[in-house]
Design a protein around this ligand. Sequence first.
Ligand code: GLA
Length: 389
Amino acid sequence: MDSFRSKENLNQFESIFGKTNQPPRLFRAPARINIIGEHVDYLGGTVLPAAIDFFVQVLLRPNESQNYRLHSVSYNQTVELKKPLSPNSKSPWVDYIAGVIFEIEKKGHVVPGFDLLVDGNIPQGSGLSSSAAFEVVTGYAIKETFGFSLSREEIAQIGQKAENNFVGTKCGIMDQFIIAVGKKDDCISLNTETLKYTYHHFDLGNYEFYLINSNVKHSLKDSAYNKRRSECESALVKIKAKYPNFTQLYDVNLSDSEIDQCHLTKEETKRTKHVTSERERTKVVIENLESGNFKEVGSALFQTHWSLSKEFEVSCPEIDFIVDSLLRLGVTGARMIGGGFGGCVLVLDTKDHFSKIEEDLKKSYQQKFNVAIDFYKFQISDGVKEVLI
Ligand code: GLA
């Protein structure tokens, strides 16, 4: 995929912004999966994501002005952005760039004017983090072009803040982090409290991971995400009133009757149950992934799915139907990934099952919901990088 629309994007760039002696540079950021550790990255939990070979790419060239001229290929729209920067409700895609510039400047750098064209192939709303890829590739392209000293980890944090402050989703750090530091064929285990992480190499042998896109995106996604986060925060406040030593909901290890005495609402109790049980499942997956015990990994994935669906309540009928059907068809493991309310299911299974599962599920899903589903195979890939045109 190294040549994906590179030349075509260069031609588009030069016809929109003009040709000069200095050609733009091309930067590319991957999508991500998360093997386990869902909805815990804003609660100090451990997550196990990997970068995959879908991507967002930008061409960027300084323009010797104070302004930013931006073109999105997907929206077929050109916008000129001037300071002071503020969220733009007319062209929401511009907020990702404005937010990143704003956050880089908060760290003491001045970002000169530039021309930028963005393109990509991460299906939006699929739960594969097209937004985080856009933020990280923008931050990385600015840092490389203007020679700012910012580490990959700092670029990830800048991207997260852009999303929190400009776009308005109070997301955690997982997506931007793996997109910044990902490595081919490895996933990482990331402690989202300390930001310490370890690469894990695993050989799937005759197993494979693949994705199924439900092609549904429920509109309550962002507001419900922020609501779940605040339910977790209020649960922790109540637990701390009785057990002041806990600093993160993820670390709470109380019995059901101890939790009962903290006077949580029904919702707060269910959210806490998901978050704390996810801690145990994540340990199981880390232990069994490297040793190749994929049956254990798969069963933890199914358990996480039902916990996200019943306790955290971020699934939807279409996604539950897919996971339930996969269970009945005998796959090794499957679960929704990402924020929820639609998007993709991650599947772990032996390679020889694929064609039969694809055929069966395409038919039954279409019959039930009158929507087509897509199957994606992928490679675990490197994080953000420059690509030679
Ligand atoms: C979205 C967010 C992440 C994370 C996941 C759920 O992808 O961007 O920070 O919270 O949802 O695990």
